[in-house]
Design a protein around this ligand. Structure first.
Ligand SMILES: [Zn+2]
Length: 206
């Protein structure tokens, strides 16, 4: 078994994880100020603990688990594609600070080792726990997966529901954004590519 601890790459893919830098006391005080600026009374009963709860949430959201993952040797892999879909994570749009739900499907073509299936969710969760844009998230998950399996033959499909589209501005509740990153054989082999897209998009929201 080989264990892979892939560090984030802040230079290539945007800011590093900010989790350890969250100043919880300051966030708490800023949320109190925010409530005042919004015309609220932070001393009223329902809001008394809101700054504390909000600060605790920011701290936990920005400190996702590391995406450590392991590969396991497996001799019977000839000609397979492995695809995991239905992974659903919540992230935060960095342009509006509003949530986005990202449904992820990811695939690779194993050669001599397989990735623990639960790791796909962990990888997605890891890159979701920060201020994000869907396009960068898709690239980060793809790069991480390629490094983990040691191959370019990977594909990642992400369907995003952005509350910044659903609850502000144009209010398009049904709008979904799809991003696809296809590398290696998923780009050069039309059958493989088609198989991936058919399965990845099958639960596509209406
Ligand atoms: Zn947005």
């Amino acid at each position: 078994m080989t264990s892979t601890d892939l560090a984030d790459s802040p230079t290539a893919l945007g800011p590093a994880l900010p989790g350890s830098r969250v100043d919880t006391a300051r966030v708490e005080s800023l949320v109190t100020d925010l409530l005042v600026a919004l015309g609220e009374d932070p001393a009223r009963e329902g809001l008394l603990d809101t700054p504390k709860r909000a600060a605790a949430w920011w701290s936990s959201f920005l400190s996702p688990e590391p995406a450590n993952a392991a590969c396991f040797p497996e001799p019977y892999l000839e000609g397979q594609m492995v695809l995991v879909d239905g992974v659903s994570v919540w992230s935060l749009c960095e342009h509006h600070l509003l949530p986005m739900n990202l449904r992820v499907a990811a695939a690779y073509v194993p050669e001599t080792e397989v990735v623990g299936l639960s790791k796909f969710g962990r990888i997605a969760q890891h890159y979701a726990g920060r201020l994000q844009v869907q396009e960068r998230f898709t690239t980060q998950v793809a790069d991480h997966l390629a490094a983990l399996v040691g191959s370019e033959d990977i594909a990642v499909y992400v369907e995003g529901l952005h509350l910044c589209m659903s609850m502000r501005g144009v209010r398009m509740e049904g709008a979904r954004t799809t991003t696809v990153r296809i590398r290696g054989r998923f780009g050069s082999d039309p059958v493989l590519s088609q198989q991936f897209l058919t399965i990845a998009a099958r639960d596509r929201a209406a």
